[in-house]
Structure formats: structure tokens, C-alpha cells
Design a protein around this ligand. Structure first.
Ligand SMILES: Nc1nc2c(ncn2[C@@H]2O[C@H](COP(=O)(O)OP(=O)(O)OP(=O)(O)O)[C@@H](O)[C@H]2O)c(=O)[nH]1
Ligand SMILES: [Mg+2]
Length: 326
């Protein structure tokens, strides 16, 4: 059986190997992705983001368990993106611990990745790893990432359904919840509902929702416009409380976006943002080549001597003749 066939039928070893090739951005990995691409686009991609320690991994563990009890024949992919430096393997071990209930299940494929994104966001190979899992018919594919700036926005671009997990006791609770999360959250999760201050977190999220969403109004034809208002789900991930409601909400959101055309729009947005980052990478590589040329060295000398401005140098590099205005 060819490597492609093995991946398509979900062979774990073939899948693990393929993901490593893709992660290392090797030529073979690239080739594999080209051949797998036509088999992708089916999986429901679920993003899970939120501050460090909110209980995301514990929640993913519960979510997967609950999903499998509802759909015993499902095969699920989990990607945990860690913002840790390459020198500490601690967080990766932590994921294994938090996800201990599902780590041994052969219907679940877990992959931990370190962030290597150019801008400190998601690892730039995350979309490619999702693609391999998608081709292997893993569905849903759950991506956990710490909600720190860029990664949070990126995950919302990649996922069909984004869960933002908050929890009491993470410092300055109420202030820490950024208004920006409404733009990315499809479902708001208040985890650690067993902890003091849980009601404050719920209240501030609710206040934010009221500010951010007006009541749906009937248009001129009397139809109520369709707006998804993120539900707030309270959970105790360590006990499994609230998880089945969370699964319901996730499936409801999937049905909602399938019904109103957003699913396709999100697919397009994801692929477009992927193209954009590939283009930026190519440009970067080109630039690094330019910097090593003699022409560049010459232009740099002119720049330092103030004979050419930075604009004129760039014009020369990209091949435009700089016109002398005088
Ligand atoms: N009391 C309580 N503790 C919880 C709950 N959920 C998770 N925890 C604990 O909170 C700690 C952090 O949980 P994780 O699941 O590792 O949190 P995380 O958001 O994945 O953390 P990072 O991946 O480091 O950002 C662990 O000690 C969990 O056992 C909960 O509902 N209640
Ligand atoms: Mg985690």
C-alpha cells in the first residue's frame, strides 16, 4: 500500500510520519501535501483558545471523551500548540497528563507542536498538519492554543468554531477579558465554575455580549436576520460538568454555519490566509537572497553615504528606475 493510501485510511504510523515530514517543511512533506489536498475540506475544525491555565487541555480531554461516547465510530484529531521555548519540554508533558483519558484511545490522534510562527502566533505549519489529519478522515480536528495576541486571531481564521475559555482566579479576571474576544469567539466557556469569582466572569462576558450584539430585528420582509450570538457555557472540566452542553453548542454552531453559508466563507478565508502567509514566506526567502548579492552591498554603501534614500534603494532592488525629480 502506498504512503498516501495508508494516510487516507488513517494508519497511525503513516500519519505520524507524514506529520513529521510536513512539520519539518521537507520537500517530501510538500509533495505529500500536494497529493493529499484534493482529499481535504471535510473536517470540522474546532479552535480552543484562552489564557494559560484556564483549563483548555482538561476541557479538550473531556470534550473528546464526550464526543466519542456520542459518536463511537468518530476519529478525532487534537493539535496542542505550545508557546514554550524549544528548551522546555514541560508543557508537552503537561498536555499528555491533562489529556490522559484520551491519550491511549486509538480513535484519537494527538500531536503537540511548539510555536514557530514568524510573528509569535500559531506555528506556521499548523494548517498543513490540519490538512494531513483532514485527509486521514479525522473529524473533528481540535486545535488548542494559548490565547496570547496573534495566535488567538490566527486560530479564529483557521477554525470553523472557536471556543474562548475563561476562568476565575487567573489574576485580574474582569479586566483581563479583552473586548476583542467577541470578534473571535463562537462559544464562550467559563471553566472552573467550582471556583470563587465564576459569577463575575459570567457577568462581565454577558455585559460584553449585550454591548456587542443588538437584538435581531426583522427586516423589511419581516424576516429575522440570522446572527449567531455566542452562548456562555459553564464547565468544570476536571469533573466533566457542562461538557455535554458544550458538545451540543459546538454541533449547533456547526449546523448554523452550514445552513447560512458561513462554512464555505470560513473555508475560503482559511485558504486565503494560508496563501497570504505562503506568499509572505516566499518574499522573505527572496529578500534573504537579495541581501547576499553584490548589488545589495553596493546599494547599501550608497545608502550609508546618503547618496540614495531607502525608497530609491528599494526601487532599484525591485527593478524600478528611480527617477530624479530635479
Ligand atoms: N478547580 C478546577 N481546576 C481545573 C478545572 N479545569 C482545569 N483545572 C486545573 O487547572 C490547571 C490547568 O489546566 P490545563 O488544562 O492544563 O489548562 P490549560 O489552559 O490547558 O493551560 P496551558 O496549556 O498551560 O495554557 C490544572 O491543574 C487543571 O487540573 C476546573 O474546572 N476546576
Ligand atoms: Mg494546555
Amino acid at each position: 500500500m502506498s504512503q498516501i493510501e495508508q494516510i487516507l485510511k488513517g494508519d497511525r504510523l503513516a500519519l505520524a510520519r507524514a506529520i513529521s515530514l510536513v512539520e519539518n517543511e521537507s520537500e517530501r512533506g510538500r509533495h505529500l501535501l500536494d497529493r493529499l489536498f484534493s482529499r481535504t475540506g471535510r473536517a470540522h475544525i474546532i479552535g480552543v483558545t484562552g489564557p494559560s491555565g484556564a483549563g483548555k487541555s482538561t476541557l479538550v480531554n473531556g470534550l473528546v471523551k464526550s464526543w466519542l461516547s456520542l459518536h463511537p465510530s468518530a476519529k478525532i484529531g487534537v493539535i496542542a500548540v505550545d508557546p514554550t521555548s524549544p528548551f522546555t519540554g514541560g508543557a508537552l508533558l503537561g498536555d499528555r497528563l491533562r489529556m490522559k483519558d484520551i491519550a491511549g484511545d486509538d480513535r484519537v490522534f494527538i500531536r503537540s507542536m511548539a510555536t514557530r510562527g514568524a510573528l509569535g502566533g500559531l506555528s506556521r505549519t499548523v494548517p498543513a498538519v490540519i490538512q494531513v489529519m483532514d485527509a486521514a478522515s479525522l473529524d473533528p480536528i481540535i486545535v488548542e492554543t494559548v490565547g496570547a495576541g496573534q495566535a488567538e486571531v490566527e486560530i479564529a481564521r483557521v477554525a470553523h468554531t472557536t471556543l474562548v475559555v475563561e476562568a476565575p482566579g487567573l489574576g485580574d479576571d474582569v479586566q483581563a477579558i479583552k473586548a476583542g474576544i467577541l470578534e473571535i469567539a463562537d462559544i464562550l466557556v467559563v471553566n472552573k465554575a467550582d471556583r470563587l469569582g465564576e459569577d463575575l466572569v459570567v457577568q462581565s462576558l454577558r455585559a460584553m455580549l449585550e454591548l456587542g450584539f443588538q437584538k435581531p430585528t426583522a427586516d423589511s420582509r419581516g424576516e429575522i436576520s440570522q446572527v449567531w450570538i455566542p452562548p456562555i457555557v459553564k464547565t468544570i472540566a476536571t469533573e466533566g460538568n457542562g461538557i455535554s452542553e458544550l458538545v451540543d453548542q459546538i454541533q449547533e454552531h456547526a449546523a448554523f454555519i452550514r445552513g447560512n453559508g458561513s462554512w464555505r466563507k470560513k473555508d475560503r478565508r482559511r485558504l486565503e490566509s494560508w496563501l497570504e502567509s505562503l506568499y509572505a514566506e516566499k518574499k522573505q526567502v527572496q529578500w534573504e537572497k537579495v541581501v547576499r548579492t553584490k548589488t545589495y552591498a553596493g546599494l547599501l554603501t550608497s545608502l550609508l553615504a546618503r547618496r540614495l534614500s531607502p525608497y530609491q534603494v528599494i526601487d532599484q532592488i525591485i527593478g524600478k528606475k528611480s527617477k530624479n525629480p530635479s
